[in-house]
Write a protein that binds this ligand. Structure first.
Ligand code: ATP
Length: 260
């Protein structure tokens, strides 16, 4: 009896691991002596879009950096597909299929758009994951981001800010990732490009790409997302189905007012 219930719980854990792409438990991180994250727990199920909402300085970017290995967590667990990745170098985490499109436009300015995109696929060429069809993916990325297609031979440093933002996103997609972390993909973009960014996120979602999204436009983020977490001073204070959070009076008052 005891044995069978143990088996059941092992089976359940397996099943959970299958459905959970990213699992974060009691994560703590910061900069030097300054602790920013005070024990965050979150799950991103496979094929779902999860958004992390919070005011300026709440720790959203720090969470993304800790997940992708840009900073080392000081406590807690991060698992990708049931495998611990906390403490690994960011390159090793990318090889496991986690792509991070960071805040700000981190592109290789002196390389062309095409070369930036090919570089995005690099970690998968050296890892144990399937290498896939890089030229085919390059074509698909160009289709998804028509602005980049028109500028494929242009040096990335000469793109507009918005176009560089798109390139950073497209480069993350080129990893053919298991999960993409998108940190403020619409930051500083003209309204028409913001719409384009959300169209692309919706498109990626419909292709089954798992995403963790941080967005200043919380209402739009909750529209495209399945689930949301609200972060305040480095702690998760509310979480739930995105549709429920959209209707939550406290969430509305704090994050969805004023034209967002
Ligand atoms: P925003 O919406 O303004 O981007 P955020 O929720 O992403 O905010 P973080 O960028 O994670 O917030 O910052 C959380 C805290 O960590 C802030 O108090 C910030 O000043 C601090 N912080 C961020 N980056 C660093 C750094 N490199 N060194 C020291 N402190 C930092």
């Amino acid at each position: 009896m005891k044995k069978s219930s143990r088996l059941t719980s092992v089976a359940r854990r397996h099943k959970d691991a299958e459905h959970t792409m990213l699992h974060i438990k009691n994560l703590e991180a910061g900069y030097g002596k300054v602790q920013v994250l005070h024990g965050i727990s979150m799950d991103v199920p496979k094929g779902k879009v999860v958004t992390l909402i919070g005011s300026n300085g709440a720790g959203k970017t720090t969470t993304m950096r800790a997940i992708s290995g840009m900073i080392k967590p000081t406590a807690g667990e991060i698992s990708l597909h049931g495998k611990r990745v906390d403490g690994l170098e960011s390159y090793a985490i990318a090889k496991q299929g986690l792509a991070h499109s960071p805040e700000g436009r981190r592109v290789f300015a002196t390389m062309t758009v095409t070369d930036n995109l090919i570089l995005g696929a690099f970690p998968r060429l050296t890892g144990s994951r399937p290498k896939g069809d890089v030229p085919g993916d390059l074509e698909r990325a160009m289709e998804l981001f028509p602005r980049l297609k028109e500028r494929r031979n242009q040096l990335a440093g000469t793109l507009s800010g918005g176009e560089q933002q798109m390139l950073a996103m497209a480069r993350a997609v080129m990893l053919n990732p298991e999960i993409v972390l998108l940190d403020e993909p619409s930051m500083g973009l003209a309204p028409i490009l913001v719409e384009e960014v959300f169209r692309i996120i919706g498109d990626l979602k419909s292709r089954g790409v798992t995403m963790l999204l941080v967005e200043q436009f919380a209402a739009a983020a909750l529209k495209v997302a399945d689930y949301g977490y609200v972060l305040e001073n480095g702690r998760i204070v509310v979480h739930g189905e995105a549709s429920k959070l959209r209707d939550d009076p406290a969430v509305k008052a704090a994050y969805l007012g004023g034209g967002h």
